[in-house]
Unconditional design. Structure first.
Lengths: 113, 227
């Protein structure tokens, strides 16, 4: 399990290093969707860590959850924009709450040891 | 094997997350420095507005340049007309030298007789020439204009306040036939002068040049009446 967590941290560091050096930024119009998608992706990763700590980590659920959450969040924000409703707020709130829940559960698992 | 692939996927997915976060971070940094999407749209709209204004002003410039050109042309024409008018006025006033077909009359004192040419004779000739349509007359190089006098002053005759002596050369521009016949008509001035014993010579050169009035024209009392 700890190998997975360390690998996750390693991947994150590599990704950030890569992203900071890419000669590429998101167009301003899409920055909002990208931010919601990033939040959803973050939630998925923390959810994965939590699952790993609860010993029922499933690779397929993790992968599909990661992509579907990110795309759904971005899609929601996109349609919200088209409909004139700030639906991305729903995504932010939902994924934000889940993020904190996951973090809290991870904390408890760490403290139990 | 299952474990290994799950590790790979964990690394890949967290890498994707890292890239997303980093890009988002950089995008927001860029946004803070730059302009928002709304502002950009506003500026694009303003740019297109300014460009259309610019085109309009370009057209205005063309239009005004054209008008200015027309006005300049008009001004040039007006100036030409005024210059033309001035030339005509100067010519009418006798300020310019003129040339053309005319007549030359020379009066000289007879040597023997005690008779001498009087101012009246010159006046009469000038008057006769004017009557015959002379356009310009000079006596001994003095142009006769509206204010010219021909006046006996001692033993001289003053013309334009200038002393002259015989022989008197009178030049006139006009219809040569008319001028000549007006003087040579029987019983006319030439006959009269010859009777008096004055030598009269009349020639009709095809080109006579009469100088303009060279002194200053001063109007101390007369003022032009407007309207």
């Amino acid at each position: 399990m700890w190998i997975g967590v360390w690998l996750a941290a390693l991947g994150l560091v590599l990704g950030i290093a890569l992203g900071l050096n890419l000669p590429f930024t998101v167009p301003q119009a899409y920055a909002k969707y990208m931010s919601v998608a990033a939040l959803a992706a973050m939630d998925s990763v923390f959810g994965g860590i939590r699952a790993a700590m609860e010993e029922h980590y499933d690779n397929r659920i993790f992968i599909t959850g990661f992509f579907s959450n990110a795309l759904l969040a971005a899609g929601l924000a996109f349609f919200g924009e088209r409909l004139g409703i700030d639906l991305y707020l729903a995504a932010v709130v939902a994924f934000g709450v889940r993020l904190f829940q996951n973090l809290a559960i991870i904390r408890r698992h760490l403290l139990k040891k | 094997m299952n474990k290994k692939s799950s590790y790979i996927s964990i690394v890949l997915i967290t890498m994707i997350l890292g890239v997303m976060l980093a890009i988002q971070f950089r995008t927001n940094q860029y946004l803070d420095q730059g302009v928002t999407a709304d502002r950009a749209q506003e500026m694009v709209a303003e740019l297109s507005r300014l460009e259309s204004d610019n085109r309009k002003f370009d057209r205005d410039i063309d239009d005004l340049t054209y008008k200015l050109e027309q006005a300049r042309k008009g001004q040039t024409q007006a100036r030409d007309a005024i210059t033309d008018e001035l030339e005509k006025a100067k010519m009418s006033a006798g300020l310019t030298s003129v040339t053309g077909p005319g007549i030359e009359v020379v009066l000289d004192n007879p040597d023997s007789t005690g008779i001498f040419i009087r101012d009246e004779y010159l006046l009469k000739i000038a008057n006769e020439l004017k009557g015959a349509g002379a356009e310009a007359i000079s006596v001994n190089g003095q142009r006769l204009i509206a204010t010219s006098e021909i006046r006996l002053a001692g033993s001289f005759i003053n013309i334009n306040l200038d002393r002259t002596e015989p022989p008197f050369q009178i030049l006139a521009i006009g219809n040569q036939e008319k001028l000549k016949s007006s003087l040579e008509i029987s019983g006319g001035l030439v006959d009269y002068f010859r009777e008096l014993g004055i030598a009269v010579k009349i020639q009709t050169p095809s080109s006579v040049t009469i100088p303009g009035y060279i002194k200053d024209l001063q109007y101390d009392y007369a003022k032009s009446v407007k309207g």
